[in-house]
Design a protein around this ligand. Structure first.
Ligand SMILES: Cc1cc2nc3c(=O)[nH]c(=O)nc-3n(C[C@H](O)[C@H](O)[C@H](O)COP(=O)(O)OP(=O)(O)OC[C@H]3O[C@@H](n4cnc5c(N)ncnc54)[C@H](O)[C@@H]3O)c2cc1C
Length: 183
């Protein structure tokens, strides 16, 4: 079982957390529920004709908690490499993870910089799986696409990064597919 730290509790971070917890990994999400979603009224999240961003966040937080994710209402103030993994500082304590997912919106650029991740034009560089060039470090959502940010894109980015971590841990491609019970 891997220990995954997620910095940021908007759609990107919570979506990554959901997939990783369902995949059997230990997940901690840091964030103070201060996402831009609280300003949004969504009409463009496929499958949900209309929902307030605050309501969306409430449902999402309940969903990831029920899946076993630890939501920590704290700001991550510093990050560093520790061995093959990462250590983050929050609330005067340190947490260690094998993987670190930066999902903190624009504010997380500083953390990417602290870890020496490659940046271009002020934005962290990622590949199609949202990996940075630092092994085990991902950047998803608004932090990676600051000027083209949409809730559904952030949620998809979080899921994509999570599947990549699940695949790395399993040593094969992984999907999270469910089917309805037989009638
Ligand atoms: C007025 C407004 C209206 C919008 N309307 C829509 C809309 O209609 N449809 C739509 O799709 N999108 C809309 N958006 C955009 C949408 O809110 C964003 O696309 C979405 O919130 C991005 O999600 P994210 O998870 O990438 O980042 P964010 O939602 O920005 O979440 C990042 C979270 O990480 C936290 N964080 C940052 N740094 C740290 C740290 N060091 N430690 C701990 N936590 C940290 C932040 O406080 C925040 O809670 C709107 C945005 C605004 C401002």
């Amino acid at each position: 079982m891997a220990q995954v730290i997620i910095v940021g509790d908007g759609p990107a971070g919570l979506s990554a957390a959901l997939f990783l917890a369902r995949g059997g990994h230990q997940v901690v999400v840091f964030g103070e529920d201060d996402t831009a979603m609280h300003y949004a009224l969504l009409h463009n999240y496929l499958g949900i004709p209309e929902i307030g961003g605050t309501e969306f966040q409430r449902i999402a937080r309940d969903q990831v908690s029920a899946a076993g994710v630890a939501l920590r209402d704290e700001e991550v103030t510093a990050v560093r490499r520790e061995g093959d993994g990462f250590a983050v500082e929050a609330g005067g304590a340190e947490e260690r993870g094998d993987y670190l997912v930066l999902a903190g919106g624009k504010a997380a650029q500083r953390l990417a910089e602290e870890l020496g991740a490659q940046r271009r034009d002020g934005t962290v560089v990622i590949d199609t799986e949202y990996r940075t060039d630092v092994h085990g470090l991902y950047a998803v959502g608004r932090v990676a696409r600051p000027n083209r940010s949409q809730a559904v894109i952030s949620a998809g980015a979080g899921a994509t990064a999570a599947l990549d971590i699940l695949a790395r841990e399993a040593g094969r491609d992984v999907t999270d597919w469910d089917t309805p019970p037989p009638e």
